[in-house]
Design a protein around this ligand. Structure first.
Ligand code: URA
Length: 219
């Protein structure tokens, strides 16, 4: 297949995907499909590892699928992988991740591995820019499948990108909505500030502390 043919095919597949077709089920290069897929979560991971729907997949080092307890009651959803996450294939492992881990352990009294941590998108956008609507449309269905499978009781949306794309409320500032207890299917969704924001604005830590106390009460 020529490069132009490939590009045309990818564009067409992307359009189908935006319409809700799961056409990429057909796209499973043999070398990336795990032989011991044991359940739908693992199959989903296999599918995501071979995803090339949007352009940022081209420059990724690793897909950051998400990690934690697949039966967790609590799920944290950030924006997208940064450099450390792209390098390691794991979510929230840089400075912001260290702060998130502290929040989970010291405020919620849980272990990091007891919760599930994921992002709105699974590949690192160039220079850590905010993901585009196209990228989110291509990637969010994977996250929704994860949420569907984990069935968390509580989802914490970390930062405005996460909140906006989960709730479809693109004009609401995170400073106004944080700490509210919202409905997300059968789960409660609580938006709060992103840990990267806290690193730049330590005075907002008290707000996140208050939001986490609400989470703790609901668990
Ligand atoms: N910021 C995010 O939103 N997600 C990560 O995984 C890391 C940093």
């Amino acid at each position: 297949m020529t490069t132009i043919e490939k590009a045309r095919l990818l564009k067409l597949l992307y359009q189908y995907r935006c319409c809700g077709f799961e056409y990429f089920k057909e796209y499973k290069p043999a070398n990336v499909v795990s032989k011991n897929s044991s359940g739908s979560f693992e199959e989903l991971n296999d599918k995501v590892q071979s995803c090339h729907i949007c352009t940022i997949s081209k420059n990724r080092k690793n897909v950051v699928f998400g990690e934690g307890d697949k039966n967790a009651s609590l799920m944290f959803i950030g924006e997208g992988p940064g450099a450390n996450e792209d390098e390691s294939g794991r979510p929230f492992v840089g400075k912001a991740g260290m702060l998130l881990t502290k929040i989970i352990e010291n405020v919620l009294g849980l272990k990091r591995e007891d919760v599930y941590i994921a992002n709105i998108i699974k590949c690192r956008p160039p220079n850590n820019r905010v993901p585009t609507m196209e990228e989110v449309s291509a990637c969010k269905p994977y996250l929704l499948e994860q949420i569907n499978s984990i069935k968390p009781k509580i989802i914490v949306a970390l930062g405005s990108t996460s909140y906006h794309h989960l709730m479809g409320e693109y004009d609401m500032p995170i400073s106004r909505i944080r700490g509210e207890i919202l409905e997300f299917g059968t789960a409660k969704l609580i938006p709060t500030y992103h840990p990267s924001f806290l690193l730049r604005n330590p005075s907002a830590k008290k707000d996140v502390f208050a939001d986490m106390l609400k989470v703790k009460k609901l668990l």
